[in-house]
Design a protein around this ligand. Structure first.
Ligand code: UN1
Length: 513
């Protein structure tokens, strides 16, 4: 691995220091059981962190709540300046962090770099936003009164993120939360803890250089039990959680029970509708990248291709042919298209899905399987597979976080295709491939896609940060990243000011004393 510069990257990110017992960032605070991080790339131990105990958590919360008291009083554009510096640091460390993401999570180096680019982009977005956290002014119904609304910082934001985007999803949340005047406590996935440490180190460096407390950004480590410390904690008014629908339901109920807010980013079951008017070449590129990119482990990965019967065989043949060209192997080697999936449990779920689809009457058209032998020692490399299936198969209704693509045939018109597309529990991303304006507009219309993201002539994955990201139904309803997603990170206040010597009541009510 020396060739890929992993050792050097770990050193540059301060992750090496933890392995040598002298961690930098707030990882210092954790004293619980040891969590080991093994790379799915080669199965080797990358490093260890300690889980956060309840006592550690309470100390971290003290640091966070005390940092909030100062941070919230700093003018938002000045907070933006700190985020600008953080974005610059990310630019400096882009290669190292992209490499760590690739090595710890298993996505290709290009995608690792892409993920860091999303972090840089959201920082730039947040810097501009720091001068635009504005509310409306309204006309009061009473004479001599002024009415307006404003957004204030809210407090400690809890972030629970998943292994598949181990750094970017944190940045989407934290960059916005910071300019909004909030402080963050982050629990990265226990499958990618070192990415968390690397990010914390970068943030800590920026805060230190500006004489600011590190408590503006905090890291906690561990599994769901550590997440629960936050979901149950009244001092955390907002929990932003990314992961499975199962996890989201638990978080939502816990947080709602104490009337906190949650921003949920849960599973997808994303489809591309391929109509008779589709550009087949574009369809193949979009579908293959969507299904095998990040080894099928994006929330936005393409799970279903819903193809019109008149072009079904042609599309199937083209996609199968493209799968034949895929090179599976070390994701740090840029000649490979597909890296490993996250761990052996994920491999089992992938295998179970392929068995289940056959059991339910599906037909495998690109054979799956676990790779072994040289270069595949970690046991986490699987072959991207394709099965012909029916939309109502139980396994098709379920999100399998692996490169398994289902081909589904439709007859009739675009509305028939939409019925299949919308006929799943999840509602994250969707796409249509067509050069027919009527079909495209029907897809985007009120009777069209029911997803949070609906694309025309683009695949389901690879959303830009400028739009609000998230979905409906079992996807949880949250929106993060661009557009006005920042509003959930602030508390909103309506203010009415009377500048007269009279006290008229609203709604014309008379109350004479
Ligand atoms: C995720 O999979 O959790 O749209 C996020 C995309 C990426 C983000 C995915 N920009 O595919």
């Amino acid at each position: 691995l020396a060739d890929f510069g992993i050792e050097e990257a770990l050193r540059e990110l301060g992750v090496k220091d933890i392995n040598e017992g002298s961690s930098t960032g707030s990882d210092n605070f954790s004293n619980g059981e040891v969590i080991e991080s093994y790379s799915p790339v080669d199965g080797k131990l990358i490093g260890k962190v300690k889980a956060t105990t309840q006592a550690d958590y309470d100390k971290i919360m003290d640091a966070a709540t005390s940092a909030f008291k100062d941070w919230r009083t700093m003018p938002a554009p000045q907070r933006g300046e700190i985020v600008r510096q953080f974005g610059d640091k990310l630019r400096e460390k882009k290669e190292a962090l992209g490499k760590l993401v690739s090595y710890e999570m298993g996505k290709s180096y290009q995608e690792g770099l892409g993920e860091v680019q999303e972090m840089i982009d959201i920082c730039d977005f947040a810097v501009g936003l720091s001068r635009q956290l504005h509310g409306l002014t309204m006309h009061s119904e009473r004479p001599g009164h002024r009415m307006y609304e404003q957004y204030h910082p809210m407090g400690v934001v809890g972030i629970i993120s998943a292994f598949n985007f181990p750094v970017a999803v944190w940045a989407w949340n934290t960059a916005l939360a910071w300019v909004c005047g909030d402080v963050c406590v982050w629990k990265p996935s226990e499958k990618t803890p070192l990415c968390g440490v690397a990010c914390q180190n970068i943030a800590a460096e920026v805060f230190k250089a500006n004489g600011l407390p590190e408590g503006i950004s905090n890291l906690i480590n561990g599994d769901y039990k550590v997440g629960e410390m936050m979901t149950k904690d009244k001092r955390v008014p907002l929990i932003s959680a990314t992961g499975s629908t199962r996890m989201g339901k638990i978080v939502a109920q816990e947080v709602a029970g104490r009337l906190g807010k949650s921003l949920l980013e849960l599973g997808g079951n994303n489809a591309i509708i391929v109509t008779p008017d589709a550009d087949i070449k574009m369809t193949v590129i979009g579908a293959v990248f969507g299904a095998v990119g990040t080894a099928g482990q994006r929330c936005t990965s393409t799970r279903r291709l819903i193809i019109h019967e008149s072009i079904y065989d042609k599309v199937k043949e083209a996609v199968v042919k493209a799968y034949g060209q895929l090179r599976i192997g070390n994701p740090l080697d840029e000649n490979n298209h597909v890296g490993p999936i996250i761990d052996k449990d994920a491999v089992k779920m992938y295998q179970a899905a392929l068995e289940k689809v056959v059991e339910e009457g599906g037909n495998i058209v690109v054979e799956g399987g676990v790779l072994s032998g040289e270069g595949y020692e970690s046991g986490c490399y699987v072959k991207p597979a394709i099965a012909e299936a029916k939309n109502d198969f139980e396994i098709v209704q379920h999100e399998t976080f692996a490169p398994v693509l289902y081909l589904i045939k439709y007859s009739g018109d675009v509305h028939d295709a939409l019925e299949l597309q919308n006929g799943v529990g999840q509602g994250l991303s969707s796409a249509i491939m067509t050069n027919n304006l009527r079909e495209a507009e029907a897809f985007l219309s009120v009777q069209g896609s029911d997803c949070g993201i609906a694309n025309v002539n683009i695949g389901t994955s690879g959303a830009e940060i400028g739009g609000a990201f998230g979905g409906e139904k079992d996807t949880g309803g949250g929106r993060e990243s661009g557009s006005d997603a920042w509003k959930i990170y602030m508390r909103r206040q309506t203010n009415t000011i009377n500048y007269t010597a009279d006290l008229p009541l609203a709604q014309g009510i008379k109350f004479d004393l």
